[in-house]
Ligand binder design. Structure first.
Ligand code: SF4
Length: 406
């Protein structure tokens, strides 16, 4: 009986929603969200025992928020957390489908950016990020040996190989807390940045916290992007890292942005966070003064010897849901499938590309973990009709005249 009443209420809700859906039907250049005669949209899932009338209203509101977000022609950064939540909890297939529509409006859906990430300074980091093999605090358990900073020559050689194999962005990571007292290292890194840039590649670095001056120097050296992940929600963050605060991370992002460098900032899934924390992470980045140019979505690779070494892998559906929501709320951002891709079957990766992911790390290694190789990715791209994104040529957004290729 309860099920029957529920169905009647939902049918009524859909009928009330129908005129709005029709008005919203044509959103851009031949792209259609639910059109007259289409099957009704799937409904949000909810636990039993809810007030059914209230649930129907909630679903209508969520549907309205999704439709407005999907119809957008420009990014917005005034998202309320409950708006993101309304999008995030849509039925997954519907969410992925709507994200694909947005993706096609703001990007060429066939293009995927190929980046290679090199560790230019391995291990010996004083921070306590619970997931990281490079922290000195877990060195006994992980057995990872700290190394000196790589030479400029060896880094440029690695960049050359990456370019020859098709990568268009070269990222360099150093395992340390910040750049204080590292004048020599900064000088060498600037040389690496200029050298890679001279090869016609985009250059990104991840060096921990930096101040305004260091950001300006890196910009002058030709840096394209600076990676500094916020990792997770503000609320869950202290359970993962205690040696620097969420606000310190945001401050570094501010210095990067103010210097005119593109911000790359994302998160890690599978740390033990809840869906609400994933929404919190999305809310943080989607409400920055401007959206990150790049949003990496990492799946935790549990490393023995670290506090999170025994964590179960994140479910793929959580990964897909986060990527699809990110695509809808940050339509112009490049969304990167980062750590953990090695364990994803090709079909899962394809679903992520369909739902808005458009960048990967490729090459021999990704910091301390295994990575898909160039040949493997080239073969996959061939099978799915994907192609590498060219350097500095992300597809322009609709507002600048892009017409969908869908
Ligand atoms: S700051 Fe970076 S290198 Fe250092 S422990 Fe955290 S994640 Fe690892």
């Amino acid at each position: 009986m309860r099920v029957l009443v529920h169905q009647v209420l939902l049918r009524t809700a859909r009928m009330r929603l129908a005129p709005t859906a029709c008005r919203m039907s044509t959103i851009a250049a031949g792209q259609v969200v639910p059109s007259p005669g289409s099957p009704p949209p799937p409904t949000l899932q909810h636990p039993p025992g809810h007030d059914l009338e209230h649930d129907a209203e909630r679903q209508q509101r969520a549907r309205r928020i999704l439709q407005q977000a999907v119809a957008a022609t420009a990014p917005r950064n005034d998202w309320a957390r409950d708006e993101i939540s309304a999008i995030f909890y849509q039925p997954l297939m519907e969410l992925a489908f709507q994200a694909a529509i947005v993706h096609r409006r703001f990007h060429n859906p066939a293009e995927v950016q190929l980046c290679t990430l090199m560790n230019i300074k391995t291990g010996g980091c004083t921070e306590d990020c619970s997931y990281c093999a490079q922290s000195t605090r877990y060195q006994k358990g992980t057995g990872l040996e700290a190394k000196r900073v790589e030479s400029v020559e060896s880094v440029l050689e690695a960049a050359r190989i990456a370019k020859e194999n098709g990568s268009t962005r070269f990222c360099m990571g150093a395992a340390w807390r910040d750049m204080r007292g590292r004048k020599n290292s900064l000088r060498n890194i600037k040389e690496m940045v200029s050298g890679v840039r001279a090869m016609g590649m985009e250059v990104c670095v991840t060096l921990g916290m930096i101040n305004e001056e260091q950001a300006k120097e890196l910009k002058e050296a030709g840096l394209t992007a600076y990676n500094h992940n916020v990792d997770t929600s503000r609320e869950f963050y202290p359970s993962i890292i205690s040696t620097r605060t969420y606000d310190e991370r945001l401050k570094t992002l501010g210095h990067v942005r103010d210097a005119g460098i593109s911000v790359c900032s994302g998160g890690i899934l599978g740390l033990g966070e809840t869906s609400e924390d994933r929404i919190g992470l999305l809310h943080t980045v989607a409400t920055l003064p401007s959206h990150p140019e790049s949003f990496p979505v990492n799946a935790l690779i549990p490393i023995k010897g670290t506090p999170l070494g025994d964590r179960k892998p994140i479910e793929f559906t959580s990964m897909l849901r986060t990527i699809a929501t990110a695509r809808i709320i940050m339509p112009a951002t490049i969304i990167r499938i980062a750590a953990g891709r090695k364990t994803m079957p090709e079909e899962q990766q394809a679903l992520c590309f369909m739902a808005g992911a458009n960048a990967v790390f490729t090459g021999e290694k990704m910091l301390t973990t295994e990575c898909h190789g160039w040949d493997e990715d080239a073969a996959m791209f061939g099978r799915w009709g994907l192609e590498p994104m060219k350097s500095f040529q992300k597809s322009p957004v609709l507002a600048e005249g892009f017409t969908s290729q869908a």
